[in-house]
Design a protein. Sequence first.
Length: 201
Amino acid sequence: MMKLGRFALFGSVALTLGLAPGPLSAQEGKAPTDKTEAEWNAQKVEAKRSQIDATAGGALDKLLKENPAAKELYEKAYGWAAFDNLKLGFFFSGGGGKGVAVETKTKKRTYMEMGSVGFGLAFGGKKYEVVFLFQDSATFNAFVEKGWQAQGSANATAGKENAGGQTGFVNGMAIYQISGTGLMANVDLSGTKYFKDKSLN
C-alpha cells in the first residue's frame, strides 16, 4: 500500500509540473520548416525555370549586343526563344538541352526542350546556344505548340560585320547560333527537335 501511495503521489506531482506525457496533436513534433513532397517539387521546378531564364536571357543579350541586324529584327519580332545545348560525339553524335520561348509583349513563357541524334564523324563536345526570333504569332505558336524540327543546316554566312546572323526573317524565323567565342557563321541545327517540356509547364 505504501508503494502504491508513493507512485500516486509522484504522478500527481508530475502532472502538476507538466512532466507527464500527454497525447500529441497532429502538428506536434513537426518542425515549422518541414515541407510536403509537392512543395519540394514545386521549389525544384521554380529553381530550374530560374536557371533557364537566366541562361536564355544571357544568350539573347549577347546576340543583341553583337549583332545590330538581330536587334532590329528583335524589335519587330512577336516572340523569341533561346536554348542551351551540349553536343557530344564519337562517331555517334547526340545532344540535348533546355530553353524557353517568350512572347515579347505579354512576357508569357513556355519552357521547352531540345534534342538531337545523328550519325557522323564527331569527336569531343560542342557547347552552344541557339536564339530564335519569330516574325509573327502563327510561326511562334506553331513552334511552341506543335514543336519544330530542323530538316537541314541553316546557313547564315554574312560579312564580317554581321557574321553568324540573318539580316531578315526566313519562313517567319531568324536563327542564331552562339558558341563560347561568339556568333557562328554557320548555323547547323540538322536533326534537332524542339518541343514543350511537360515537367516545367
